[in-house]
Design a protein around this ligand. Structure first.
Ligand SMILES: Cc1cc2nc3c(=O)[nH]c(=O)nc-3n(C[C@H](O)[C@H](O)[C@H](O)COP(=O)(O)OP(=O)(O)OC[C@H]3O[C@@H](n4cnc5c(N)ncnc54)[C@H](O)[C@@H]3O)c2cc1C
Ligand code: FES
Length: 291
């Protein structure tokens, strides 16, 4: 069973847990995710791998309490066990596959929004361990919900911003990126992880600034194996399934309007029927025809 070794509140509604999962801890790479269930009656919840320790056999998750399942997970205590803890799922970040010299020569800027800070931390830490210190803009609505600031600062050149100006640069992550650009910083790649709306606006800006941009898409997921079709996206005019083809994609090719509309529609039975009618054979993943 997947025992909770450590539990800590990073903010009033954001929880960090270290969970015993030795096989995942040995095989995980930055960018990958898990699907977890608190107990046999629980729903499946996709969560990004925030950190992993192969020696201790633990995997770190950080989640925001936004609804029933994340609330139930937050009620679990140290010593309790998850019924399911499945992963690592999805493709690792492309950066892990680049030759080291190429990686070390790149000027990278990560953009972490809200709880998207957790998956960004995994990537920054991996890069730092490989001799690369990237810039990182970490944004939050307000200072009280800024998480993991010390950890992020230890593995990156960190620029913090808050929407309400209560801490760091006054403004959202796009304001901060424009500011760094105006100060003369140039980047080979931006990697943005956070709410879909944030990634959409980052991509609009980086298109204008001609900076290639990777985003980590977080649509609704159910099976995480490419069969159910819940996480269907349009990327560069092609159908993709975030759980097996992603979750990272070229942000300038992602159809964000479609992704956000689909996420809204997928929540209701009527919406799913509408999507099935619109999307035909590509509504489901996998074989494309099973129900
Ligand atoms: C690849 C991926 C990685 C993610 N990583 C993290 C993470 O590291 N930390 C974190 O806090 N959240 C993460 N999420 C979002 C997280 O899965 C949802 O917040 C969670 O499923 C909400 O469940 P709930 O029952 O508490 O809320 P609900 O009341 O069911 O839903 C609240 C909102 O969460 C979203 N959501 C609900 N179910 C799903 C689902 N099955 N898949 C995706 N989104 C859903 C919807 O936008 C919904 O409006 C990730 C999602 C994906 C797809
Ligand atoms: S969650 Fe991706 S196809 Fe089911």
């Amino acid at each position: 069973m997947f025992k909770i070794e450590k539990k800590e509140y990073l903010a009033s509604n954001i929880v960090l847990m270290d969970v015993q999962a030795p096989r995942i801890a040995r095989n995980a790479l930055p960018g990958q995710f898990l699907i977890v269930r608190a107990d046999q009656d629980g729903e499946r919840v996709p969560l990004t791998i925030c950190d992993y320790d192969a020696e201790k056999g633990t995997v770190q998750i950080v989640f925001q309490i936004v609804g029933a399942e994340s609330y139930r997970m937050a009620q679990m205590e140290e010593g309790d066990c998850f019924a399911d803890f499945v992963g690592p799922l999805g493709r690792p970040s492309d950066l892990c596959e680049l030759p080291l010299e190429e990686l070390q020569a790149m000027k990278l800027c990560f953009i972490a929004g809200g709880v998207g800070t957790a998956p960004v931390y995994a990537q920054l830490k991996w890069l730092h361990d490989h001799g690369v210190t990237a810039d990182c803009i970490q944004g939050a609505r307000t200072k009280d919900i800024l998480i993991l600031e010390d950890e992020m600062a230890a593995v990156s050149n960190l620029f913090v911003c808050t929407d309400d100006g209560s801490y760091g640069i006054n403004g959202n992550v796009c304001v901060a990126l424009q500011k760094l650009y105006d100060e003369g910083r140039r980047y080979d790649r931006v990697i943005a992880i956070g709410p879909m709306i944030m990634m959409k606006f980052v991509c609009q800006l980086t298109k204008e600034l001609h900076i290639p941009t990777i985003v980590s898409m977080n649509p609704i997921m159910v099976d995480g194996t490419g069969m159910c079709g819940a996480c269907r996206l349009m990327v560069g005019g092609e159908v993709k399934f975030a759980c097996v083809d992603g979750p990272e994609f070229d942000g300038h090719l992602v159809d964000f309007a479609q992704a956000m509309q689909r996420m809204r529609l997928y929540k209701t039975e009527e919406g799913r029927l509408y999507l099935e009618a619109q999307e035909g054979e590509t509504h489901h993943g996998g074989c494309g025809t099973c129900g």
